[in-house]
Design a protein around this ligand. Structure first.
Ligand code: CU
Length: 766
């Protein structure tokens, strides 16, 4: 295994690995506490100029003396001791469903203390810089604005008056504050019984009942608890999510990784840039940031502006449809939100800053028994049984995949010196180590998120004898596909990609067990080493501890009520991997063919980046970088504008992998794109990538061409690798939409307020 010694490694090898880990701890601590920078480490000779760790004994995880002792032969590097499991076994704990964040009605004109004003400070269009808080001496003392959003009109909520918040959600980023006593999965009692976790029981923050409870600063999650949090929203009902930073003011209180400043990205919301979690718009302990999510169909300023199309709609509480403006072909469903702190995203997301966001629409309304000619009736639950006309979660299940690593005490651990990518050795689903899930004999929808730092997954569903079972993929990233596709295994799933699938458990008899199997083997964090067959993955031969079964389905019950869900294109008789032309549509792609292409840009993702900026606040040096339009490969500087598409236009972007030794899942914020070719050919684009996307896996030495429109909102957005270690070191560019106005300023946040400075570079051709 690349980063982890196998469990059967010799005692000598394990001891040496632990020793090396201890020796690394000092430097990791200094780096993580900001006492030294990566730049300093290069000067000290601990890193090579390219930013990789120099091979110094005790520092390099891939020490030569360990290599020789590694079972598996020479050439397979190793380093970290395997995570202890304290006897915890696979499939011995039930899988927790997500914990749904409470929603409260809000009227921002209501006075403080009134029922329609659930916050202690009234949300404002421009950042609240009037109300002040006393900054902790560790944050420099003095006072700062209670809201950490950059001030002034440039960072005011766009279209605030047109789309005033109707729903308030309040959440706090914090360490483990003790057991969760407010767990609410918002599923029916029958499903709670089936799940086997009583919400009334106080849930300790640990990855398995047999594993240690996490220390306060080992994990930093939403509301300082597990299960992970789910935000529920629907089109045309603006949400104000107030995110409090409740992390320690003392930057050294992080148990070795994680930065106490945060910026929250709603991936991939069609929102104003002030709500996009810009990497440089982070906020400090003691502050909050108001994120305004109006939840609008892209194109709402130019298409279907009168809201006359029933397909462009949102479910009402009464079971009807509220028509909304915009293009219904842009309807989105499965999102997630996570930290985007400049150069600390990987650590913060890994530490727990990740939640999911289900967006409901007339098409995808989460009530399978409402037949109004618009609702696709995907598996979810029934309004007539639950009284909920939208957003039923009984048979619509969020799954967050992320592998972790633990130190000798069982506390969450991360090696932040792995600049090629960090992979863990303990598989979790919804932050639970290899859980099981009891299911009924009926159709279920699963919204599968890869929330890893650097690991790709490749999922198959296997029965107890190892035979692959059919899966119906219905969505890719946030978007329902044009047509469902029957598969026996999914494609590789890059970091941040979401695959929504349907599994039909009705064809299995009671007592059957099925398994999710990961077939993607990693040896390091650069790229998948190989894709295994299901049989190979199940054989136990892979040195990667995250290959093989990681989740067990137990078919334990007949349907609680008859399954009324519909999956267009669902047919047992369809062959695998094809879409018959007669197959009914889910959501056809938006038609861009009539729009002229106003610009083409090329982004090449490379190693060996230069940093041209001297601004320590906005720039970061690392081995990874991006070359724009054939110019030099540059390391991240969020004060540099690399592209500036004109509002209302369509562009073509070429995304090229500059090397064969790594893969990059490239994420472009704000707009959904369509893939025009892979390696030059549309025929190379698999069926499941022919919908809309927001993460694009390049594959080793691969390239693809995409097209997007830029519309409705303006501001400063990003494009980056979503291997978040690559992103942090420093594979990220900023792009702006700003019409003909002058270049937008860059924020430089401090606890005492945010300074706006001029962008220090504009790339030629931007
Ligand atoms: Cu990458």
């Amino acid at each position: 295994m690349g980063l982890f010694l196998p469990k059967n490694a010799s005692r000598l090898a394990l001891k040496a690995a632990r020793q090396a880990q201890d020796e690394r701890r000092g430097i990791i601590k200094a780096l993580s506490h900001g006492k030294v920078s990566r730049r300093d480490l290069i000067k000290m000779g601990l890193f090579t100029g390219a930013g990789t760790l120099a091979a110094i004994k005790g520092l390099h995880p891939l020490q030569r003396n360990l290599l020789a002792q590694t079972p598996g032969g020479p050439g397979i590097p190793t380093g970290l001791p395997p995570s202890p499991l304290f006897g915890a076994t696979a499939f011995s704990q039930p899988m927790p469903r997500f914990d749904v964040l409470p929603r409260k009605p809000i009227d921002c004109n209501a006075p403080l203390g009134s029922p329609m004003m659930p916050f202690s400070y009234v949300p404002t269009k421009e950042a609240n810089e009037i109300d002040r808080y006393n900054c902790d001496p560790l944050l420099g003392g003095g006072t700062g604005p209670v809201e950490g959003r950059p001030g002034g009109p440039m960072w005011a909520h766009q279209m605030w008056d047109r789309f005033p918040p109707q729903v308030a959600v309040e959440v706090t980023q914090q360490g483990n504050k003790g057991p969760n006593t407010t767990y609410n999965p918002q599923i029916s009692q029958s499903q709670i019984n089936l799940m086997g976790i009583a919400p009334s029981q106080a849930l300790d923050l640990r990855f398995h009942p047999g594993l240690p409870v996490q220390d306060e600063n080992s994990v930093w999650t939403f509301n300082g608890s597990i299960p992970p949090k789910l935000l529920i929203g629907r089109y045309g009902e603006p949400i104000l999510m107030r995110h409090h930073n409740g992390l320690p003011a003392d930057v050294t209180k992080n148990n070795g990784f994680g930065r106490h400043t945060i910026s929250t990205h709603e991936h991939n919301g069609h929102h104003g840039a002030e709500n996009d979690g810009f990497t440089g718009a982070f906020f400090f302990p003691g502050q909050f940031y108001d994120y305004h999510y109006p939840i609008l169909l892209a194109g709402f300023t130019s298409m279907n502006t009168g809201a006359t199309d029933r397909f462009a709609s949102s479910p009402t509480d009464a079971g009807g449809l509220k028509l909304v403006p915009g293009d219904w072909h842009e309807t989105m469903s499965t999102h997630w939100f996570h930290d985007h702190m400049f150069s600390f995203t990987s650590q913060n997301v890994y530490k727990g800053n990740a939640g999911m966001f289900n967006i409901y629409s007339g098409l995808d309304r989460g009530a399978e028994d409402i037949n109004d000619g618009v609702n696709l009736r995907l598996p979810s639950g029934q309004a007539s049984k639950t009284g909920k006309s939208w957003g039923n979660l009984d048979y619509d299940v969020n799954l967050m995949l992320a592998e972790k690593a633990f130190d000798a005490n069982g506390q969450l651990a991360m090696d932040i010196l792995q600049f090629d990518g960090f992979i863990g050795d303990v598989m979790t689903v919804n932050l639970a180590y290899k859980p099981f899930m009891n299911v009924e004999r009926r159709k279920y929808r699963f919204r599968i998120l890869n929330a890893s730092v650097s690991r790709f997954f490749k999922l198959a569903l296997a029965n107890a004898s190892g035979a692959a079972q059919p899966i119906y993929q219905i969505a890719n990233d946030g978007n329902l596909l044009p047509r469902a596709i029957k598969l026996t295994e999914l494609d590789e799933q890059g970091i941040a990609e979401r695959y929504d699938i349907v599994i039909d458990f009705s064809k299995y008899s009671l007592g059957t067990k099925l398994y999710f199997v990961n077939c993607c083997e990693h040896q390091d964090g650069k790229l998948p080493a190989k894709d295994l067959s299901v049989a190979q993955a199940l054989s136990g031969a892979s040195p990667d501890p995250c290959v093989g079964r990681f989740m067990e389905f137990r078919i334990v019950s007949n349907p609680y009520y008859p399954d009324k869900s519909v999956v267009p294109g669902f047919s047992e008789t369809y062959p695998t991997g094809v879409v018959p032309p007669t197959s009914p549509m889910l959501i056809p792609n938006p038609d861009l063919s009539q729009l002229p292409v106003s610009n083409e840009r090329t982004f090449e993702f490379n190693r060996g980046a230069n940093q041209t900026s001297l601004n320590k606040d906005t720039s970061f040096t690392g081995p990874w970088g991006i070359s724009v339009n054939g110019m030099g490969t540059l390391a991240a500087n969020y004060g540099r504008i690399s592209a500036a598409p004109k509002p209302g236009t369509r562009e073509i972007w070429h995304l090229n992998n500059g090397g064969g030794g790594w893969d990059h899942p490239i994420h472009i914020h704000f707009e959904e794109g369509q893939i025009l070719d892979r390696d030059g050919l549309y025929s190379n684009v698999p069926l499941w990538e022919r919908g809309r996307k927001d993460v694009y896996r390049l594959r080793a030495a691969g390239s693809l061409t995409i097209t997007m429109q830029f519309r409705d909102f303006a501001g400063t957005y990003m494009e980056h690798c979503h291997n978040t270690v690559h992103e942090d070191n420093a594979m990220l560019v900023r792009w702006d939409i700003n019409g003909d106005l002058q270049p937008l300023p860059s924020p430089v946040p401090t606890p005492q307020g945010v300074t706006l400075i001029d962008p220090d570079e504009i790339e030629p051709g931007a």
